[in-house]
Design a protein around this ligand. Structure first.
Ligand code: GLU
Length: 358
């Protein structure tokens, strides 16, 4: 993403934030805290991180440059359908790369994860999401479905014998994840379609390597439409909660994908969802996530729910700065971090393992 990080070799620059407020247990066990607690924690996180003014709005897609950098919303949706939002959580913005996680899930559900894995792979590239070098270094393999090259191959695998049929599959599938019909932002679509030379080049390169089974230009066009679907932070929380709920939308109760597809999707998000900073993200936040250059982030706490944020100021890798700070804090205070387990309760917990079994 040349306009944001100056090229492919963006060096890692982890973001560190202060520890979250309060004395929350910071474990992944159990359920979401009570409604008043969640509401209070969301309010605190929003107030704390709304003061951050670092980063810039993406401008390599011209219409994204018009986003108001001050917007900031956070939303949580539990697997029981209860939802909590603060700030600009109902603002509509184009989903951009966040869509890649859901396309992966929908395509795995339709054609099976083995075919998808063979075609795309599940390893991080360590390079920017639109890196041409990553493709060249890996013999034309996109490596994973969360970078543009992998997302383009995913589009070529979408069921349907025409571009219209493929698009219908994606729009309907994404809408089932959100629990409402998602519409195209025509302005964003036309703006990106007029300027997406790099993605067209990636699709053509994939074709030259024999990794693109569908027409490269039509594939790029469908991908651009997918990125232009309008969502809110609240929609992303519901979409994340559907992945957290074994593939059943907690609002509509419709099964969107199977539990095994959710599991595979979360694994890929954990490895590659935050671009070349996915390792930093997993280390700091402890949740599978996916971010996009319009400022949206979705994270998933399996069995608990989805947590999403929207704020358009981005770091050098293309992820919302306020969003990632807020989610890091809330992952801890809401007890979502997958790697933070509680000790076994009771007196035996203080003994050695052998003492505890006697
Ligand atoms: N449509 C954007 C692109 O292809 C998505 C990038 C992103 O959100 O990371 O560049």
């Amino acid at each position: 993403m040349t306009s944001l990080d100056g090229g492919d070799l963006d060096l890692l620059n982890p973001v560190r934030t202060a520890d979250p407020p309060g004395d929350a247990p910071f474990t992944s066990t159990g359920r979401l805290p009570s409604r008043p607690t969640v509401t209070g924690l969301l309010r605190d996180a929003h107030a704390t991180y709304a003061t951050l003014d670092d980063g810039t709005v993406a401008d390599y897609i011209p219409s994204l440059a018009a986003a108001d950098p001050g917007r900031f919303g956070i939303s949580v949706c539990g697997v029981d359908g209860t939802s909590f939002s603060i700030g600009d959580a109902q603002d509509a913005f184009s989903i951009q790369s966040v869509s890649k996680a859901f396309t992966f899930a929908l395509v795995c559900g339709a054609i099976g994860h083995t075919t998808v894995r063979e075609a795309v792979g599940v390893n991080n590239t360590g390079l920017a999401f639109d890196s041409v070098m990553a493709l060249e270094l890996n013999g034309g393999s996109p490596r994973n479905p969360m970078v543009n090259a992998g997302a383009l191959v995913m589009i070529s695998l979408v069921p349907g014998d025409s571009a219209a049929a493929k698009w219908q599959f994606l729009q309907e599938g994404m809408s089932r994840f959100a629990g409402r019909r998602l519409l195209l932002d025509v302005e964003v679509y036309e703006s990106e379609a007029a300027t997406n030379h790099r993605n067209r080049a990636l699709a053509a390169l994939l074709r030259s390597y024999g990794h693109m089974s569908y027409d490269p230009l039509l594939t790029t066009d469908i991908y651009t439409r997918q990125c232009s679907l309008l969502v809110s932070a609240r929609d992303l929380a519901v979409m994340g909660a559907t992945l957290a709920d074994g593939g059943v939308n907690p609002l509509t109760h419709e099964r969107v994908v199977d539990p095994s597809v959710c599991r595979d999707t979360l694994a890929v998000m954990a490895a590659s969802g935050l671009y070349q900073r996915s390792g930093d993200w997993l280390y700091e936040v402890g949740l599978p996530g996916k971010s996009g250059v319009s400022g949206g982030i979705v994270t998933v706490a399996p069995g608990k729910g989805g947590l999403a944020a929207y704020s358009p100021r981005l770091d050098a890798a293309g992820t919302s700065i306020r969003g990632q700070h807020a989610i890091r804090s809330l992952s801890r205070s809401l007890g979502l971090d997958l790697f933070a387990s509680a000790p076994v309760a009771g007196p035996a917990a203080s003994g050695t393992p052998s003492e505890r079994t006697t």
